[in-house]
Design a protein around this ligand. Structure first.
Ligand SMILES: *[C@@H]1O[C@H](CO)[C@@H](O)[C@H](O)[C@H]1NC(C)=O
Ligand SMILES: *[C@@H]1O[C@H](CO)[C@@H](O)[C@H](O)[C@H]1NC(C)=O
Ligand SMILES: *[C@@H]1O[C@H](CO)[C@@H](O)[C@H](O)[C@H]1NC(C)=O
Length: 451
């Protein structure tokens, strides 16, 4: 916590923040300007309906990594996925070379667009990420729990593949994609060669989905399908469904929805939080309701605690200690009697001898966990593929981790539980859709022809 404070102070004095007058923000005005003045579709008369990113789990950090093409000339840039992230940020301190890099001058429409209220005066050698009189934004890395004001906002060329039915379509280029620059230290604990993060946060016009939606005029919507394999790509669709998997199966038809909970959060200067919160009302194992503390399950809007958040920055779902204890006991009790528990394997606390655990097309044979959402008949079903993780040849563990009390939400749904599920974030309609395991449909998140 102390080192985080030091960093913030360091950056704040480095940039000498000057408050800007809060200028009125007009989405449609900006969009109009963008399309007319920047010739958004210069390289494509073609207007895509859906874009995609290939996503792969990094075996060492368990982060989900994608690759975009950026700058002039275009270079591949590896980025970690951050669902609740503000914007796309990259390390501009080391190796950023581009003839089309343009910092956003204070009070410009770009600053307005990202609602930046801070003007930076970087006095060092002028370079991408360090310019006088450019506005700055919040940038963060959940792997080190760093969140700071100080990323210079800039524009540069960005390229991404589009989707044509169930195969890749043409590459589309956004000449003036808005992103933030960070110093190299912010990439600490990101995987090898990973240069930044791509934010998909809600209520953030600079987040990837919001920016593409405004440039290409499609709905503010994206869907994540994480592969369980570190060798095969999952996919993030940005824009309209259908979301096809092999063979011509449209997983968007299976989605069941729950509302996204919105609230203003002091960490973000009382702006609406970019993170994704949902209501988990209860948890069932093999159909039986578990006795959980309702206070813990209800998001505390004052203190950003309790409740449930979804995060790709967490490899395994975190459960507050008392919730973990109840879930783990009920899960062990619901296991067949010939399955024995064995000593814990970090970071897990509940592990089993796997020799007596059978397999089916839904993964390991395990008690069914249901996260009951905003209504009793709406639930997310977690089967063996997402509830048990293999840690050695003869040991599997309950793939949930006991959370630290001070760490915000009581439940943080993590990457492992999302794997081979399609999860759609429909920002326009303020709802999240779940397909449940694609194994029920005899397919997986890597079973596609996109990448
Ligand atoms: C999409 O695919 C169809 C059939 O494969 C093809 O005819 C069409 O030209 C493609 N569209 C684009 C924009 O690539
Ligand atoms: C439920 O959790 C809240 C918040 O941690 C705590 O204050 C309260 O005592 C708990 N209630 C019970 C019955 O354990
Ligand atoms: C937020 O935390 C403060 C201090 O711990 C507490 O007094 C207050 O009741 C909390 N708010 C809610 C809604 O629980």
């Amino acid at each position: 916590m102390d080192s985080q404070m030091d960093r913030d102070l360091l950056i704040l004095s480095f940039h000498q923040i000057i408050p800007m007058s809060s200028s009125s923000y007009n989405f449609f005005h900006f969009c109009f300007l963008l399309i007319i003045s920047t010739n958004c579709f210069a390289k494509n008369t073609f207007q895509p309906k859906t874009l995609f990113l290939a996503v792969r789990k990094d075996p060492s950090t368990l982060q989900y990594i994608t690759q975009i093409y950026q700058r002039t000339p275009l270079v591949p840039v590896k980025l970690a996925i951050h669902l609740g992230g503000e914007s796309l940020w990259v390390d501009c301190e080391k190796g950023y070379k581009s003839s089309t890099y343009k910092p956003a001058r204070c009070n410009s429409r770009q600053c307005d667009y990202v609602k930046s209220t801070a003007c930076g005066q970087c006095d060092g050698k002028q370079r991408p990420g360090c310019n006088k009189n450019s506005c700055i934004n919040v940038v963060g890395n959940p792997a080190t729990e760093t969140l700071m004001v100080g990323g210079e906002i800039a524009e540069d060329v960005l390229s991404i593949r589009s989707v044509n039915g169930s195969v890749p379509g043409p590459v589309v280029t956004v000449p003036k994609f808005i992103f933030s620059c960070a110093e190299s230290f912010l990439t600490e604990r990101l995987g090898k060669g990973v240069k930044g993060m791509v934010g998909f946060g809600q209520h953030r016009p600079a987040s990837l989905a919001a920016q593409f939606a405004s440039v290409f005029r499609f709905s503010r919507k994206f869907a994540i399908c994480l592969s369980s394999s570190t060798e095969r790509n999952g996919v993030i669709f940005i824009g309209h469904s259908p979301y096809f998997f092999s063979l011509a199966f449209d997983a968007s038809r299976d989605l069941i929805y729950t509302p996204i909970i919105t609230y203003p959060n002091y960490i973000y200067f009382n702006r609406d939080s970019p993170e994704y919160y949902i209501q988990v009302s209860s948890v069932k194992i093999n159909g039986r309701n578990l006795p959980l503390n309702k206070t813990l399950l209800t998001l505390d809007l004052e203190n950003d605690s309790h409740g449930t958040r979804i995060s790709t920055a967490v490899p395994y779902t975190l459960l507050e200690a008392s919730i973990y204890s109840v879930v783990s006991k009920a899960f062990v009790n619901a296991m067949p009697k010939d399955v024995h528990t064995v000593p814990a394997v970090q970071p897990f606390k509940t592990c089993f001898d796997s020799s007596a655990i059978g397999m089916s097309r839904l993964g390991y044979n395990a008690p069914e966990i249901n996260l009951v959402l905003h209504r009793p008949n709406v639930y997310w079903t977690i089967t063996g593929a997402n509830s048990l993780v293999k840690v050695s040849d003869d040991v599997v563990c309950l793939a949930f981790v006991e959370g630290i009390q001070t760490l915000g939400q009581a439940i943080v749904i993590g990457g492992y539980q999302m794997q081979d599920n399609l999860v759609e974030f429909d920002l326009a309609r303020k709802r999240i859709g779940f397909s449940n395991s694609l194994f029920f449909r005899q397919t997986t998140c890597s079973n596609h022809n996109y990448a």
